[in-house]
Design a protein around this ligand. Structure first.
Ligand SMILES: *Cc1c(COP(=O)(O)O)cnc(C)c1O
Length: 231
């Protein structure tokens, strides 16, 4: 199947799984384009993709001028010294996991006269190999950002589950992220605009949607297996 057919099939599966969570639930597909060429990415955009996700600052820089109009998401770990390169390019940063990083995003956003939309990355499985704060640390980070970063709007939570043979097994980790999302959604603050619960990838997006994800990040199910030798 080609890129277009893959997207259509994911859209159909996405809608069915989202409705298992709630009848009116809708979810946004972010096409994860790391290692993909501008030609492949523009093909996906022509097939209806409105949002793309990259996990490396260098790749955003390299491709930015060659990509048709689209919303850009930074989904990977972000080093503070690289914030300046993407602050004017991305629409949503999914991977904020420290006040130090938030402070740098805030400073650079101010320089560009913009308010940056971010998600707090939560590592609900406490995996050593993954970025993100623990569920217990998330509230302190959330409130710290509201208090200290006037140029940041906190728009939700991002979570990655461990790799599991049966994606149903990781639903508890998605569920925990959902509970944080619901709890933080109650906070009344002009820069708390909870809208996105970003969870679910190619192999587990249906499990994530059943736990209430409203944004999924899907790469290989759209474009095929990644070949890191290309980059
Ligand atoms: C690569 C990546 C994805 C997509 O992974 P696939 O398995 O190709 O769908 C999603 N989220 C993050 C943070 C990623 O780095």
């Amino acid at each position: 199947m080609g890129i277009k057919e893959n997207i259509q099939s994911i859209e159909a599966r996405k809608e069915a799984a989202a409705r298992e969570f709630a009848p009116e639930q809708e979810a946004l597909l972010v096409a994860v384009t790391k290692t993909r060429t501008p030609e492949e990415i523009n093909e996906a955009i022509r097939a209806g993709v409105t949002d793309i996700g990259e996990n490396k600052v260098q790749e955003i820089m390299a491709k930015y001028d060659q990509i048709d109009p689209v919303r850009w998401h930074l989904i990977g770990h972000l080093q503070t010294n690289k914030v300046k390169y993407i602050i004017d390019k991305v629409d949503l940063i999914h991977s904020v996991d420290s006040l130090k990083l938030a402070a740098e995003i805030d400073r650079r956003a101010a320089q560009h006269g913009k308010v940056m939309d971010i998600l707090i990355q939560v590592n609900t499985a406490n995996e050593e190999s993954k970025s993100g704060v623990s569920s217990g640390e998330a509230e302190e980070l959330f409130l710290g950002i509201l208090e200290n970063c006037p140029n940041i709007r906190v728009c939700g939570i991002m979570c990655m589950a461990p790799v599991a043979e049966d994606p149903e097994d990781v639903r508890p980790f998605f569920h925990e992220a959902r509970e944080l999302y619901d709890k933080f959604s109650q906070v009344k603050h002009e820069r708390a605009a909870f809208r996105w619960l970003s969870m679910g990838m190619s192999h587990d997006f249906e499990a994530a949607l059943k736990e209430g994800a409203n944004l999924i990040r899907v790469g290989s199910a759209i474009f095929g297996e990644r070949d890191y030798g290309n980059i």
